[in-house]
Design a protein around this ligand. Structure first.
Ligand SMILES: [Zn+2]
Length: 131
């Protein structure tokens, strides 16, 4: 990848990061100010807060990945797979600028997560049957 391409990705990632932080701040503000005396409003606020806190953890996770990608740019290894060191195809980076793994490593990472989820779900339902 040329220096110009890296700089372009850095700009994209910086913009995404600023946008994410802005969205995060808004969600956190909403969580902080929603205090109502009306019980019906409180119920509604509660479910909204639940949604907000869920989206906050999703956004925070994405922010971490963006920052990792920006760190990789600073370290000069942006575009290299963090797992196998091969070059991540530029089209993949254009689609997902914060990807730190090549397609193959990402697939095996996803498979590992799916496997873990499967095991956890199995454990939970097994527990439900036993209880
Ligand atoms: Zn890889």
């Amino acid at each position: 990848m040329t220096g110009r391409e890296v700089r372009r990705f850095k700009r994209v990632l910086d913009d995404l990061r600023a946008e994410l932080i802005h969205t995060l701040e808004n969600s956190v503000d909403r969580l902080a100010i929603s205090q109502s005396a009306d019980p019906m409003d409180q119920m509604r606020d509660l479910s909204e807060q639940e949604m907000d806190s869920r989206s906050i953890s999703l956004l925070t996770a994405r922010l971490c990945r963006l920052e990792d990608a920006l760190k990789a740019i600073d370290a000069g290894n942006f575009g290299l797979c963090a797992s196998c060191d091969c070059e991540i195809p530029i089209n993949r980076l254009k689609a997902i600028p914060w990807s730190l793994l090549c397609v193959r490593c990402q697939e095996s990472a996803d498979a590992a997560v799916a496997e873990r989820d499967h095991v956890e779900k199995g454990a939970r339902s097994g527990y439900a049957v036993a209880g």
